[in-house]
Design a protein around this ligand. Structure first.
Ligand code: IFM
Length: 847
């Protein structure tokens, strides 16, 4: 069953039924202002940091699921009936195009009619929701103009009826009191600090959560208002016991001009409309934030006069500007142009339409959202705790270095700033303060090498290696969380480091080099890297002294990248040998100590017992080390094939590759959090989407294009569109995990949007299946495709040039480039050396 379709020419996903299995959301805002919006207008907004500067309140795990949003109510003043053009929160019966009522479950609904012609178009940076009810047509366009700290809701409302429609229109937002943690926990305080009032058409939210907070929100409408409400209780009525489904103000037909002094500040305008037969009207709402005091330090402003007339004039000017329909159209065009530019840097045309849709539009778009928000703010990440993940942010850069190289450069340097002098690093950092938290993860620092290498290959900017970057201060350390999973002690491997007064600095290259040294110095009994609190698998919390085979393989890959980077840079030549030797040594250790007969072990526990071995009764084989043994070159030909065959036989399912098998059936203190999950969920044997593409990459390294593509398609969200009732998450973006075969909900996705699956699937598809791979010397062409593909094309902007690449496969092979012609001239290798002339070049390839 499907709930919508892809409209590729418009770069939109069109939802045709509002009652999707989960809220299907979109991200509005490309800079600091971020607005999450679902297909029924649920969601929230924040500025820069969803924890400290939350603008709209959202209630996670609410009943109903998706509450708090950007709601409008339209009331027919003749009949008293009302509805929301976004279906929620009024929850009318739904009528689809075939006039079939889809949800008959509505109880005691006085409303006689059904909402029809519902459509939600999630586009790139905007969402349009339209519907019809009681003969009134409405369409709301929500977006955040580029570079602005505000969101626009444009309502187009039409009366196609033959008589005049006398309507009341109500807006509704609920303000969060900025500090999202305090807002949802410290009620003895928060219920007494809220402040909101209305002046003319503009509602101001001026709660002062902390004395240092320099922010307020405004919410305005283009229409003259009849009345307003700023206090939730008064809008809802009955002391707040009514719900958003039928607020008293809407039932009654007017707001009560309430002001919020304490309790729950909201913003609701009531506008009276009279629409002649056939008349259409456009009404604009602008919700935005601003600093209270102009950022002019010399100007001494009395904080009690924060909304002085000068500031209000400035805000009104801005509001007026964005209420102008021409400006709105212009801003929408600018937004479309921004995304067209970003996406145009890599466009493909393959025989697989789902892949085209994903790579050309949605996978790229998702990668860009992970750039902004890491794993911080989604419908599944509450935006109050995790900050930007170190390993996550490093890996995410693999998905957008070609689109926003300058931002990637800055991100890499920011990440290096939360690295300690010994080479290890904080696990997370705040995007606002740039300060890190948590430590003691064994893989984090190595991902910085992969991110940097990928960035330089894309841009040729070796200069980044010379950038001086400070190390993080040891005093900032906060221990990793010790949960109920019996980690009685987390050893701090940095205890030998003395704190220094001066913050030492070093080049980025030195940071990378220390990352390698740290891993090499922190090894266990078998010579493998210590696992510490965890490696990539956050929930595999092994005993003290445990060793990680996965980190060992990642280490080899990182050493090889260091070696290649130095060779290409042509300096520090004496260090090349160091990395080469370290890679060789670790390769030997892994092959000698971690080979299990048909696959690689996952780890050794502190007591020396293997993890992920045929000797184990549960968790015999784990996915993570298998592809990395191939990617890093640790496993040579025969062993490599055997390893990946084991993955296929033991771990592959019709919905993708599960993380391990057999799943843990009970809690094991020696494995940690992983065994707290029921079999088939999360790290306990679900189909974890992030490492799936590692297997695609490994299969491409082995030249097995059919299998690589089978893996790719198994988790590709676009390919799930027709079985969206099973997958449940949005068919346009990857989710973190899909329930594994041990679970009754096999195939059901969870935690969509902010996941490493986005970057890694993009990387696997573009650089390995299609084989268009940036490298130091140029663009390498080395596809590994399904044998039945006859040809495909790629447009790729690389450095300054644009390449139009056509790959033909006349002999039905998967891999092995036979011929490359660049602008008609045959070349002798697989590397297109950059022209640097900013022109278009034609590349013909034969497999
Ligand atoms: O690797 C982690 C990631 O950092 C956050 N989500 C879960 C992954 C696997 O545990």
């Amino acid at each position: 069953m499907r709930f919508g379709y892809f409209d590729n020419p418009s770069k939109e996903y069109v939802i045709t039924q509002p009652n999707t299995p989960l809220p299907w959301i979109n991200y509005l805002g490309c800079d600091e202002y971020c607005a999450l919006i679902s297909n029924t207008a649920g969601g929230y907004s924040f500025l820069g940091d969803p924890r400290d500067q939350r603008i709209l309140r959202y209630r996670y795990d609410n009943i109903p699921f998706d509450r708090g949003g950007r709601y409008l109510y339209i009331r027919d003043d003749d009949s008293g009936e009302f509805f929301s053009p976004t279906w929620q929160p009024t929850n009318q019966k739904i009528q689809n195009s075939k006039s079939k009522i889809l949800n008959k479950s509505k109880f005691s609904n006085s409303k006689s009619q059904t909402i029809s012609n519902y459509e939600c178009r999630h586009g790139l940076g905007y969402t349009i929701i339209s519907s019809e009810y009681g003969g009134i047509e409405s369409k709301i366009t929500y977006f955040v103009p580029l570079g602005e700290n505000l969101e626009i809701w444009r309502l187009e409302i039409r009366n196609p009826r033959s008589e005049i429609a006398k309507l009341s229109l109500f807006s509704f937002v609920e303000f969060c009191l900025w500090d999202a943690v305090g807002d949802s926990s410290n009620f003895q305080r928060t219920w007494s600090i809220g402040k909101a009032h209305c002046e003319e058409n503009t509602i101001y939210h001026t709660t002062l959560y902390n004395s240092w907070m320099n922010i307020f929100a405004y919410f305005s409408t283009s229409e003259k208002i009849h009345s307003f409400d700023c206090q939730r209780r008064d809008f809802l009525g009955n002391y707040g016991y009514n719900s958003l489904e039928a607020p008293l103000a809407v039932v009654r037909g007017n707001c009560s001009n309430s002001v919020a002094i304490g309790w729950a500040p909201i913003g609701s305008h009531c506008v009276k409309l009279k629409l002649e037969p056939g008349e259409k009207k456009t009404i604009v709402f602008v919700l935005g934030v601003s600093n209270k005091i102009p950022n002019n330090k010399s100007q001494k402003t009395n904080k009690s006069q924060i909304l002085n007339s000068k500031l209000k004039n400035k805000i009104h000017k801005k509001i007026r500007k964005f209420q102008d329909p021409k400006i709105i159209e212009k801003e929408l065009r600018k937004l479309r142009g921004y995304w067209d530019d970003n996406l145009s840097r890599l466009q493909i045309e393959t025989p697989d339409q789902d892949m085209n849709t994903s790579i050309n539009i949605w996978n790229s778009y998702q990668c860009m959202q992970t750039f902004n928000w890491s794993r911080y703010a989604s419908y599944y990440e509450a935006g109050i705790g995790r900050g930007m993940g170190f390993r996550d942010s490093c890996q995410d850069t693999l998905g957008f270095a070609h689109m926003i190289p300058d931002k990637v450069r800055a991100r890499i340097l920011d990440l290096a700033r939360v690295q300690f002098e010994d080479g290890s690093c904080h696990h997370q950092y705040s995007p606002i303060t740039k300060k890190g938290t948590l430590y003691n993860y064994s893989d984090d620092q190595l991902w910085l090498i992969l991110a940097t290498a990928n960035y330089i290959k894309e841009t040729g900017d070796f200069g980044i290696l010379d950038e001086e970057v400070a190390f993080a201060k040891r005093q900032e350390l906060v221990p990793a969380p010790i949960g109920h999973y019996n980690k009685s002690e987390i050893r701090d491997p940095r205890s030998e480091i003395k704190s220094k007064k001066q913050i030492p600095k070093a080049s980025l290259y030195e940071h990378l080099s220390r990352a390698i040294d740290y891993t090499w110095k922190h090894r266990g009994k078998h010579g493998l890297p210590l696992s510490l609190f965890s490696d990539w698998n956050d929930c595999l919390n092994l005993d003290e002294g445990a060793e990680s085979v996965f980190v060992a393989c990642l280490f080899v890959e990182a050493c090889r990248e260091m070696e290649k980077m130095l060779r290409a840079a042509g300096n520090k030549l004496h260090e090349i040998a160091k990395y080469h030797k370290l890679a060789e040594k670790m390769t030997k250790i892994v092959n000698a100590k971690a080979w299990d007969g048909k696959w690689f072990k996952r780890a050794y526990n502190g007591d020396g017992k293997p993890v992920g071995s045929k000797k184990c009764s549960e968790g015999k084989i784990f996915l993570e080390p298998q592809p990395w043994a191939i990617i890093s070159g640790v496993a040579k030909r025969k062993r490599a094939k055997q390893t990946m065959d084991s993955v296929f036989v033991k771990l592959f399912t019709k919905y993708g590759i599960r993380l391990l098998t057999p799943a843990f059936q009970r809690y094991y203190p020696e494995y940690g959090e992983i065994s707290t999950y029921p079999p088939g969920l999360k790290e306990n044997a679900s189909i974890f989407c992030h490492p799936n593409p590692w297997a695609i990459v490994a299969e491409c390294v082995l030249g097995r294009g059919d299998r690589a593509f089978e893996y790719y398609k198994a988790i590709l969200p676009v390919s799930q569109n027709n079985q969206a009732h099973i997958r449940k998450t949005e068919p346009y973006v990857y989710c973190q995990m899909v329930a594994g075969p041990n679970h009754p909900d096999f195939g059901e996705g969870k935690n969509s949007w902010l996941t490493g699956s986005a970057a890694w699937n993009y990387m696997a598809a573009t650089q390995f299946i299609l084989g268009i791979k940036p490298d130091y010397e140029g663009l390498v062409i080395d596809p590994c495709v399904p044998k039945k593909w006859k040809s495909f094309t790629v447009k790729r902007v690389f450095r300054k040039d644009t390449y139009f690449i056509k790959v033909n496969n006349p002999k039905a092979k998967s891999k092995g480039v036979k011929l490359i012609r660049v602008d008609g001239r045959k070349i002798n290798n697989r590397v297109i050396t950059p022209f640097g002339d900013g022109r278009e070049h034609i590349i013909e390839v034969e497999i």
